[in-house]
Design a protein around this ligand. Structure first.
Ligand code: 13P
Length: 249
């Protein structure tokens, strides 16, 4: 299946920096027919800018979160319909930083995925274990529990989600899961998805956690790794494009 390389800018950027970064990416893509799909998930405040910079290009854009509510008295929240208004293709849901710092439960993440799908936005559902959970041999149980909550909520729409396996201990730490470690978890997730939908071949499973220009090719060569969710390296045009190029192998 076509791989997806998605950048998660997290809380970085400015009007000027975003414009320079996107321009450098688009220039770097000139004359190239990328075989991978690409997306950039920016802070929501900049989605209008992303729309104006990226419309007509090969790069889609998305948000880093979405409300679990549809609309109404939820101060500070941004609805899936609002994301759709700015032509977002994707919304990351359940990133470990939101689970950790905003106490997002599996149930909340599942509602967010549901809201996104209902508005025509593809949720990128993040799952992943902490170091303590890995050390306690709970990796499989944790990621299966996290994904099961979403599958239960979205039911027959399971084939329309994107999943991202992001081991918490590998995020922003420079410690990447080895390709074999990542593949082992991806295989577990693939099996779970296959049991839940008649179209498992539509579901991309991305790896995220210190993926960079140097290690992308070996991770992306694994049979069940269908792309990457890139943090730090998506803030540098050359690095991001090298990962995109690695996805074409
Ligand atoms: P890093 O690539 O900076 O480790 O971040 C990964 C991530 O959290 C992407 O969502």
């Amino acid at each position: 299946m076509t791989k997806l390389i998605a950048g998660n800018w997290k809380m970085n950027g400015s009007l000027a920096a975003n414009q320079a970064l996107v321009q450098a990416m688009l220039e770097g893509l000139q004359g190239i027919e990328p075989k991978a799909e690409m997306a950039l998930c920016a802070p929501s405040l900049y989605l209008a800018q992303m729309q104006s910079l990226l419309t007509g290009s090969a790069i889609a854009w998305g948000a880093q979160d979405v409300s679990a509510q549809e609309q109404g008295a939820f101060t500070g929240e941004i609805s899936a319909a609002m994301l759709k208004d700015f032509a977002c293709r994707y919304a990351i849901v359940g990133h470990s930083e939101r689970r950790q710092y905003h106490a997002e439960s599996d149930a909340a993440v599942a509602s967010k995925a549901q809201r996104a799908l209902a508005a025509g936005v593809t949720p990128i559902v993040c799952v992943g274990e902490t170091l303590a959970e890995r050390d306690a041999n709970q990796t499989e149980a944790v990621v299966k529990r996290q994904l099961a909550a979403v599958i239960h909520a979205v039911a027959h729409c399971t084939s329309e989600i994107v999943v991202a396996y992001e081991p918490v201990w590998a995020i922003g730490t420079g410690k990447t899961a080895t390709p074999e470690m990542a593949q082992a978890v991806h295989a577990v997730l693939r099996k779970q998805i296959s049991a839940a939908t008649q179209h498992p071949e539509r579901v991309k499973i991305l790896y995220g956690g210190s993926m960079n220009a140097a290690n992308a090719a070996s991770l992306l060569a694994q049979p069940d790794i269908d792309g990457g969710l890139i943090g730090g390296a998506s803030l540098k045009a050359a690095d991001f494009l090298q990962i995109v190029a690695a996805a074409q192998l």
